[in-house]
Design a protein around this ligand. Structure first.
Ligand SMILES: Nc1nc2c(ncn2[C@@H]2O[C@H](COP(=O)(O)OP(=O)(O)OP(=O)(O)O)[C@@H](O)[C@H]2O)c(=O)[nH]1
Length: 492
């Protein structure tokens, strides 16, 4: 620099310009170097992540691929912090040896112990883990025994379980296995009767087996945190891991825990099962609705039939099957009768069996019933034109018939008395049936057209027929109150 100043003093302006260009070049070069240093800082080196290759569900190797809760955790760490990681899973002891060799290496998760403290710096608590003593399920004695001196307990070599037992139960013998898979296999083969294993690991392994109850947990030994650890003294790596872990959102950690710690055979439902169950439920519901609809329709039809039957019963006389008084009311209210009334074409006939009491007394009540039945059948069979044939009293039958005038009414009444009524007689036992009839022609001039009134007038005519000697017809017209006596040739 002194030399440069010296030059500045001596050289003219041209040289001064050249000097300026040189200084600028030096500055640009310096900037370039500092930039490339900064680039090297962001382009992070790969971190080796180590753990066991048989510690399901925390870390394990399947077909050469690293899997498990801790593997997912460190993959997430890598993604979020843009730091490449590489998994080197091995037997447990080898993973600890690798940590002792140092370098840019992280132990994915392990328990704190004094012996490990010598070569590890623990960074961050990751997950809680419980460790349980398991015994074979076939011995009640083993199940109730607990930990006693001299007993042999299977453990993973170099694992915290081994260290824990030696420290807490120095008189207990341990049988070491390279990894959890080997330990559990030995337990299942009957080589060890007791084993001290992390609860989550045992649950995961045992649930994969057919006979999951081969081993039972008898005592929870401890509950501790799993830590991430770096080789002792590597401050820079420790800080990088610590700040990187803090960047991981808690819900992502929960998701990973959910994925690995809630895994069991019972929850493994194949993907196709849900749509299948959905379709089956839909189909079931649709069939149920259809069946329900059919059942409701069937029941409605049956109910309708029953209702109409009940209705018919309500309008029918139970002895003769003729319509009763209610039935007569219904027919009288019909359009057909209204038209007949309007046109003056309705005949109302009141029939009363003569000396019916005598028939009952002489032949018995049942024979009296039979007479009523036979008379009803004959009326039904031969009076097709009748609008109504109704039994309205004991032996009283009322007929509504079309009749335009007295002549019509006379012809019909004659036909009834001389042809239809005798059908109820039983000549073999000397039972002759005759009736007295009140036959009312409802003239179109007639003002009073209620059924009550018509029955009353026809009844009066019928009683006149009785008074006149029975077995005869008394004709009458409502408007004129004219009565025509008509005698039937048949006599009692
Ligand atoms: N068998 C039978 N008898 C009945 C029934 N309903 C009413 N009677 C009987 O019919 C008889 C009617 O008698 P009455 O009203 O005195 O008249 P009758 O004997 O027919 O004499 P006249 O009507 O005056 O010709 C009574 O004895 C009643 O018990 C019935 O459903 N079945």
């Amino acid at each position: 620099m002194l030399a440069l100043i010296h030059l500045e003093e001596k050289l003219p302006l041209m040289h001064l310009l050249r000097l300026c260009r040189f200084v600028c070049g030096v500055v640009v070069l310096a900037l370039g170097i500092s930039q490339s240093v900064a680039l090297a800082e962001t382009d992070k080196d790969t971190i080796i992540v180590t753990n066991s290759h048989s510690w399901k569900p925390f870390a394990f190797s399947e077909n050469g691929i690293a899997k498990g809760l801790l593997v997912d955790y460190w993959k997430l760490f890598s993604e979020i912090n843009n730091t490449p990681v590489e998994f080197t899973l091995s037997d447990w002891n080898d993973s600890l040896v690798a940590m002792q060799e140092g370098g840019r290496i992280v132990h994915a998760g392990l328990l704190y112990s004094k012996s490990r403290d010598k070569y590890l710096d623990y960074v961050f608590p990751l997950f809680e883990i419980t460790t349980t003593l398991y015994v074979v399920n076939d011995s009640e004695e083993l199940k109730t025994q607990g930990v006693v001196p001299g007993m042999v307990i299977g453990v993973v070599s170099g694992g915290f379980e081994e260290e824990y037992l030696k420290m807490r139960y120095p008189l207990v013998a341990t049988m070491g296995f390279d990894n959890n898979a080997a330990l559990i296999q030995a337990a299942r083969n009957g080589k060890v009767k007791r084993m001290l294993v992390d609860t989550q690991v045992a649950t995961y392994y045992l649930l994969q087996q057919e006979n999951s109850l081969g081993f039972v947990p008898i005592e929870r030994m401890y509950k501790k945190m799993l830590y991430a650890a770096v080789p002792a003294g590597n401050e820079l790596l420790m800080r990088e891991i610590e700040s990187g872990i803090k960047n991981i959102p808690p819900h992502e950690i929960d998701r990973i825990k959910q994925k690995w710690l809630n895994t069991s055979r019972t929850t493994k439902i194949p993907g196709w099962l849900w749509p299948f169950i959905g379709s089956a439920l839909l189909l079931g519901a649709a069939s149920y609705i259809l069946l329900l609809k059919q059942a409701v329709n069937r029941k409605t039809r049956a109910l309708k039939a029953l209702n109409s039957k009940l209705e018919e019963y309500a309008f029918t006389d139970s002895l003769t099957g003729l319509m009763n008084r209610r039935g007569l009311d219904r027919v009288f209210a019909s359009k057909r009768v209204k038209i007949m009334l309007k046109r003056g074409q309705l005949g109302v006939l009141m029939l009363d069996v003569d000396h019916f009491k005598k028939i009952n007394d002489k032949y018995g009540h049942l024979k009296g019933d039979e007479v009523l039945n036979n008379l009803s059948k004959a009326l039904n069979n031969y009076l097709r034109e009748a609008v109504a044939i109704s039994r309205i009293g004991g032996e009283e039958i009322c007929l509504l018939l079309p009749a335009e005038d007295f002549h019509d009414l006379k012809v019909i009444a004659d036909y009834i008395c001389s042809f239809i009524v005798p059908q109820a007689s039983q000549d073999g036992i000397g039972l002759t049936v005759t009736v007295s009839v009140g036959a009312l022609l409802v003239d179109k001039d007639g003002k009073e057209t209620s059924l009550e009134a018509l029955l009353h007038h026809s009844d009066r005519l019928m009683y006149q027929a009785k008074e006149a000697g029975r077995n005869r017809v008394m004709l009458g017209c409502l408007s004129s109150q004219q009565h025509h006596r008509y005698s039937n040739p048949v006599s009692v």
